[in-house]
Design a protein around this ligand. Sequence first.
Ligand SMILES: Cc1ncc(COP(=O)(O)O)c(C=O)c1O
Length: 443
Amino acid sequence: MSALEQRLQSALDSRASRQMLRALDPSPPSSSTLVDFSSNDYLSFSRSTVLRQKLVDVVNDDATPLYGPPSSRLLDGNTPLHASLERRLAAFFAAPSALLFNSGFDANVGLWTCLPGPDDWIIFDALVHASMHDGMRASRVPRQRRRAFRHNRVESLERVLVDIVERDVGVRKGEKSVWVGVESLYSMDGDLAPLPDMVEVLERLLPRGNGHMVVDEAHSSGLYGPRGRGLVSALELERRITVRVHTFGKAMACSGAAVLASPLIRHFLVNYARPLIYSTVSTHLSALAVSKSLEMLEEGKSDEPAAHVHALAVRLVSRLSSLLPPASSVSLPPHLSSIITSSSTATAAPHPPTSPIVPLLTPSPRPLAAFLRTRGFLARPITYPTVPRGEERLRVCLHAGNTQREVDGLCEAVAEWVRRGERGVGHDELVALRSAEPLQAKL
Ligand SMILES: Cc1ncc(COP(=O)(O)O)c(C=O)c1O
């Protein structure tokens, strides 16, 4: 073995010995017969015949370019299709402008790297996505001015902000900006950010308008707000949030992302966001796919699927709450127990309290996932380092294509696993347990 091979192998061996080895799943939901409780295809758009036909119709038109343009957006890649898609996205999301990126990862890295100035501060929820971390780290804001606050805790955000305001006269005078990074729906916990309270704290403590919220709506696009415009729209906060990121790779079943912000910020990103400048623009085909998915939202075709997903979430949580004995090896996180009793299910609430992501806390997520496979269900175990030690879970993702029966079957299977303890598993199940899928990267 060369020195390089030895180094790579030993790093992988070390991961394996800590049960942290990642690997590609040979049978993802799209190619398996298991019921999908795993993918981010929340609206089941990837299986929609209506959406498929929309794309097929336009693709079959000989005049439609599909491949290319083999160029950066800044050179020969600013096609009418990409430009018009951005205008439609801006109009749909009630934003002053939109800028396309090839992925949500690129969007977050691009904007976080260049928007905060060297004298600014960055504050972020402790559970934000890896792409935001990478962007923040690559920004010009030094480490001591990048602060985390406790996940979804407004009082923690407030404490960090008060400290910054007390320390930094430039912030008090409104000369330096404070950037706050959050997600609207967290992918590992399935909980929603308390955006109105966060915005209120930011505006109260920084009355000169130098507090800027950046909200990543990757998991909430299509599921909240009128016609799936996202949580910010559901709460009518569009004008109080500086930047929104909507990604196309989840409910919209495509790939790419849009950054929604002022024309000035857009212009700045066109000049400084490196993943945009130094990368080939998405193909015509990809932009067409996004455009057709967006059309589904514009036409209100996500309303019913989204409502079904929220109804399934209520069903899943209520059934599990009644099936799982107290202090069992599987439990629901506290924020979910309020859902079934919550008055916010009332129609007057600005959005449903539920989410398509339901984590089942258990110290044994891999054996549970393997057992569920034997019962025909695919749900992923999530372990350290994706979540902190002691917070391991099985993550259930609900989709419009899931039926009530499937949800009931999943609940029964989880309850059966709990009843059996983790023993009493048959031979076939043991084989499945051994091939339990490895740790999943944060999605
Ligand atoms: C919150 C969040 N932001 C951004 C991303 C990255 O988006 P994309 O998959 O389009 O790169 C993801 C997941 O992939 C995510 O969960």
